[in-house]
Design a protein around this ligand. Sequence first.
Ligand SMILES: [Zn+2]
Length: 425
Amino acid sequence: MTNRQALIKTLDFQLDIQSDNEGLLYDACLEARSVYNESIQLAKQDVDWDDITGRVADDADLVKNTTQCIVAKALNVMENYYEYDDAGQPSHTKDGAFPLRANYEEGYNLSLTDDRTVAFRISAQPYKHVKGILQGSDAHLNILKAALTSDKWEIGTAEALFENGNAELHVNVTNTDGSVRDKQDSQTVVGVDVNEDNVALTALSEVGVEDTVVIEFPEIKFERHRYFTIRKRARDAEKLSIHDTLEGREERFVRDRLHKVSRHMVKWCNQFENPCIVFEDLKEMRDSIDYGTRMNRRLHSLPFRALQYYTSYKAAFAGIPTAWINPEYTSQCCPMCGHTERSNRHKKRFKCQSCSHQDHADRSASVNIAVKGIRKHQEWTVPALNSLPTVRTVRRQASGAVDAPTVTHDTVRGYQTDGVAGVSE
Ligand SMILES: [Zn+2]
């Protein structure tokens, strides 16, 4: 991930449609759904990906450039599925409105009005526009106005969508001004071990382990399992629409919680001197030979990449760089003596078969991840680890609001899949 990609922000607005054709926009979102479905279906049929846009575009009642955006999004979902397999095979049978993704000055346009509001124009169909005024928080409106008048921000793709029946526009803007420190210039390296019900962070500097925190989120695991059971029953009863609805609710819940966790993580990292955040690279995990049952289960048990992405994104806005390491043996290696053996780890307990060192297993993994991060990117050497500080465990209060809407994109996945668009908050 380059710094530039990480500094994209998504601004969310409600659409005050004044051209009296809201139905046209809804129809375009339904058309976007069928373009998306058809693209996924063709990709599953092994049609050459380069040919899919051409095959879909002729039938679609959308601006051609917009059709291309939606096909590209569908293919990114497929690519992520093949690469990470982290959320099951993408569905091409869902119905209902789908985000209408469009390029700035192609499928949609924005302009500043005389009374300092922002007017929009979305091409719902060729030569048919939906027009009106954007409404939203001052924070997002101010950034958008800055983007329309200065060079500090650049306007990119947007998605028109319906959230709880209301038309919204999510606009991606890139901060061309901000910068992320070079990861080589870090004085603290924070290793992050992501698990199904917690995330462990250990900060390592030249003098040793500064601190460890384990942030627990049992409610995410609980809700995912609960939804999984209900959806399985719905699927067995062939009530597919219920299945899809529940899937959407689960995604919104998980996404909302992961945003909160990632915010907490960045705040924790920010207390250290020039930090760099280090994650396990899941692609390498998939490619590595020793990808044992624990990894396999982890790949399927949580939208890991979503948490990594949200955190990396929020960190970038705080100027903090992110690095990636090969996850091989991070859970089996003893951080004290280096002895590596699968039986060192038993569930949440780590006990070295060689030196008898005992620890919280996820903390051990996070130390190993930090060590790998230092070896890969820093000039300074890994300090001798003689003792480790007590693990502090933080449990976030479950909100209880399972169906609470979030302001992030209503994509079929729990996160932006293309690495180009940003995320909210
Ligand atoms: Zn040991």
